[in-house]
Design a protein around this ligand. Structure first.
Ligand code: ADP
Ligand code: TRP
Length: 320
């Protein structure tokens, strides 16, 4: 079984990325042949500063490896080091109905948020389909927000196979329910683009500040509180043992337990959970060229896998 996912280098990774993607990748890397890439072509759709993009790629590589991606088990590479993906995206684009892409939430949301509509943003799901199909992936671990992109990928693969023969592998999304959407400090989905994140590798001060900024209702210290309506509790649940969650629930329901207390407990959890990863990250950061060389070597492996599929596709559509 081949498992693949990608992540955009568009900012500092946060708890949503960790629970929605990074942890699944680490857990799954021993369960099959695992592929992971930094989606730098996708990041271009929102026109980042080139220097910032380069820096974000390096940071993301540091983050993933320190969080447990094992370069012996996972083919971890940079998307743009396998440019063949653009060729497959082009071919898939020629069978992609306009209506299918016009219905994509990611595109509509970006427009609503004021991004100007470039063609790359519109065809984003086609490039994502190419990422997945190029490596004949069976399972794609992602957050719930990517569900529609996976459906588009499947639609395109089925359409391609109907027209040209049974060539593309139809992938399945892997979306664990309990971490489906990690809320941000304002209660919306945690996302770099909403400025509501709790960073994984921030300084103590930054993480504490983000946690203290989590929006709650304005119940006083002594009042009883509803844990299930509280963002602090929702995030706490991701880190704590069932016993600790039960204890926290009782604290909320009992009164005389303020949101400030809950926030401090949450901060402690986050800080200790990522302690070993912070140490590993500092070690890796001491040799960035070495780490990037390892990524390039992994890209060669990815390229070999890509060539197998792309040769069949070129042949099938009549390009060879
Ligand atoms: P962002 O929304 O911050 O830009 P990305 O789009 O780069 O994050 O997402 C990278 C990965 O992390 C994807 O698999 C995505 O589904 C997952 N992810 C991002 N935010 C969350 C969240 N709040 N909850 C769960 N998973 C998330
Ligand atoms: N669109 C994904 C996101 O924003 C990133 C991504 C690009 C991806 N290509 C992919 C995820 C292929 C899974 C598989 O999160």
């Amino acid at each position: 079984m081949r498992i693949l996912t990608g992540i955009q280098p568009s900012g500092t990774p946060h708890l949503g990325n960790y629970f929605g993607a990074m942890r699944q990748v680490c857990d799954l890397q021993s369960k099959g042949e695992s592929f992971l890439f930094i989606a730098d072509y996708h990041a271009l759709t929102v026109s980042p500063d080139p220097k910032a993009l380069r820096q974000n790629v390096v940071n993301l590589a540091l983050d993933f490896i320190s969080c447990g991606v094992d370069l012996d088990k996972t083919v971890f590479f940079r998307q743009s080091e396998v440019p063949e993906v653009c060729e497959l995206a082009w071919i898939l684009g020629t069978i992609a109905p306009m209506g299918l892409l016009e219905r994509a939430h990611s595109y509509k949301d970006k427009l609503a948020k004021g991004f100007s509509a470039n063609v790359g943003l519109f065809t984003y799901p086609v490039l994502m389909a190419a990422d997945i199909l190029l490596y004949q992936s069976n399972l794609v671990p992602v957050g719930k927000d990517q569900k529609q992109h996976l459906e588009i990928t499947r639609d395109l693969a089925i359409k391609f196979n109907n027209e040209y023969g049974d060539i593309l592998t139809i992938p399945e999304a892997y979306i664990p329910e309990e971490v489906a959407i990690v809320p941000g400090t304002d209660g919306q989905k945690m996302s770099k683009s909403y400025g509501n994140v709790i960073p994984i590798f921030g300084t103590e001060k930054e993480i504490k500040k983000a946690v203290m900024n989590i929006v709650t209702d304005c119940k006083g210290l002594e009042e009883k509180k509803d844990p299930d309506a509280c963002n602090v509790f929702a995030i706490y649940k991701l880190f704590a043992t069932p016993e600790e969650v039960q204890k926290m629930r009782e604290n909320y329901l009992g009164g005389n337990y303020g949101y400030g207390h809950a926030k401090l407990a949450l901060f402690e959890k986050i800080w200790t959970c990522f302690e070993p990863m912070r140490r590993r990250r500092a070690e890796l950061a001491a040799d960035i060229p070495g780490m990037m060389k390892l990524l390039s070597r992994n890209a060669e492996k990815a390229r070999a896998a890509a060539d197998v599929l792309l040769s069949k596709v070129r042949e099938a559509v009549g390009l060879r």
